[in-house]
Design a binder for this molecule. Structure first.
Ligand code: ADP
Ligand code: MG
Length: 448
């Protein structure tokens, strides 16, 4: 309205400036498009019309008329239909790009869900906290900071939150990045130097409803990264957006962390995830087997849980190795023998330090009996049971012949040793308590 009114005044003036033919043929066909930053953009219906109007005589008069109506320093630019449309298209592309960027949402690993996450003593609190944030983002714990050792499920849980939100709250923008990605994005934005890319960076990180940053322990204090993170954090926090952070150590243990970030983190919930106990390890392997459709005997699952550390990623690797080996043999089922064979090298490198001495020491420590008593003649239950266990483990784990075990344990004869070994192996079959006890001892012995 404003523009066309002013344009009418320009036309009135021009009518007196040029001949009637020029006016009707060229001037009257012009259409004002925009007036921005002192530039009046005018569209001519054709290239010929544009060229005509651009002729010095006419153009000067037009500019003078425009300036008397608009501002004294208005710059007049004539465009033509095609050219204008092209510019427009380019601008739209730019706009679309920005819109797309603003719409950045992460794709999440479909396998990393809450359903696929095995909950045990070691991770139940962390899992519950993540679940409640997924169900009520920005309402419960904000920020939520989770930390724990490698391979304990932090990344899995973050993806689980992402998958849950995408399914239940698809309108929310959920962004998951590693600290490395965040850093690279930022470094790139300052390398490009211009305000534009910096605003793209902000557009991306400050336009989300849920921001998850994984492996924050890699945050450096170079290049103002912590500074930028601090601002991103504040901005989101003040706008009541959910922030979830994962780290392999607690904020207290992150020496390079600026104090103000540390204190921001502690304004929410800081929760650790611990190493899984034996039962949880077994449950996780079992879950992986059913998820992947692996047919694996129970004693193989026990075996894997025993020989692996608490790193669940490593445990998964071992499981795949065993399954792969058995598939090479065209077996439908993974048996303990095959598993042992598949992991021969793994076992050797892991347990070269396992010997009779270590078994004796571990038994004494675990049952709180003295070495003297273990090897000696006492027959009370408190001593006999550890002694039998010791014999069983020496034979089962190290394949030490029964006679040799006898002499290691104070010169006992071979039938006594055999009796002890058989007693434990029978009990393992009928008594779940004994089985757990043996597994626990084995995992202690094989851990390092
Ligand atoms: P982190 O990020 O803590 O290093 P990840 O989340 O990458 O560990 O977990 C390593 C692997 O272990 C993943 O494949 C994950 O699915 C699996 N995992 C970890 N904890 C569990 C669990 N409680 N239940 C099932 N799988 C788990
Ligand atoms: Mg991780």
């Amino acid at each position: 309205m404003f523009l066309t009114d002013q344009w009418k005044q320009v036309l009135n003036k021009m009518e007196n400036e040029v001949t009637a033919v020029t006016f009707d043929l060229w001037i009257n066909t012009l259409v004002p498009v925009s007036f921005n930053n002192d530039e009046l953009l005018i569209m001519a219906p054709s290239v010929t019309a544009k060229n005509q109007v651009n002729q010095p005589g006419i153009f000067e008069k037009l500019t003078r008329s425009v300036r008397s109506v608009f501002t004294p320093y208005t710059f007049v630019r004539i465009t033509e239909k095609e050219e204008y449309e092209q510019i427009n298209r380019k601008q739209n592309d730019e706009l679309e790009k920005i819109a797309n960027k603003a719409n950045i949402v992460s794709k999440f690993n479909k396998k990393y869900t809450f359903e696929n996450f095995v909950v045990g003593k070691s991770n139940q609190v962390v899992c519950a906290a993540m679940q409640s944030v997924a169900e009520h983002p920005s309402e419960k714990f904000n920020p939520l900071f989770i930390y724990g050792g490698v391979g304990l499920g932090k990344t899995h849980l973050m993806h689980a939150v992402g998958n849950y939100l995408n399914a239940h709250n698809p309108e929310l923008k959920v962004l998951y990045v590693t600290c490395e990605k965040f850093t690279n994005d930022y470094v790139e934005s300052i390398r490009n130097g211009k305000d534009k890319s910096n605003s793209e960076f902000r557009e991306k990180y400050r336009n989300v409803d849920v921001l998850m940053i994984d492996d924050i322990q890699f945050i450096s204090n170079k290049m103002g990264i912590q500074e930028e993170f601090f601002h991103t954090f504040n901005d989101l926090y003040q706008n009541n957006k959910q922030i979830i952070i994962a780290s392999d150590r607690s904020p207290k243990e992150m020496s390079a962390l600026e104090e103000r970030l540390r204190s921001r983190f502690s304004s929410g919930l800081i929760q650790d995830i611990q190493e899984p106990d034996y039962e949880t390890k077994v449950a996780i392997i079992r879950k992986k087997c059913s998820q992947e459709g692996y047919l694996v005997d129970d004693d193989v699952i026990d075996f894997i849980a025993q020989i692996t550390s608490t790193n669940i990623r490593e445990m998964e690797g071992i499981l795949s190795k065993v399954v792969f080996y058995s598939s090479l043999l065209n077996k439908t089922h993974v048996s303990l023998d095959d598993a042992r064979e598949a992991l021969k090298d793994y076992g050797e490198t892991q347990h070269t330090d396992l010997d009779a001495e270590k078994i004796i020491n571990t038994i004494c420590e675990f049952f709180k009996v003295s070495r003297e008593d273990l090897i000696g003649k006492k027959k009370n239950k408190e001593i006999v049971e550890p002694r039998q266990m010791c014999i069983y483990l020496m034979n089962d784990m190290l394949n030490i012949p029964l006679t040799a075990i006898g002499s290691l344990l104070g010169g006992r004869d071979h039938t006594t040793v055999m009796h002890a070994r058989d007693k434990i192996s029978n009990q393992i079959k009928i008594n779940p308590h004994t089985k757990t006890l043996v597994n626990d001892l084995k995992s202690r012995l094989l851990k390092y």
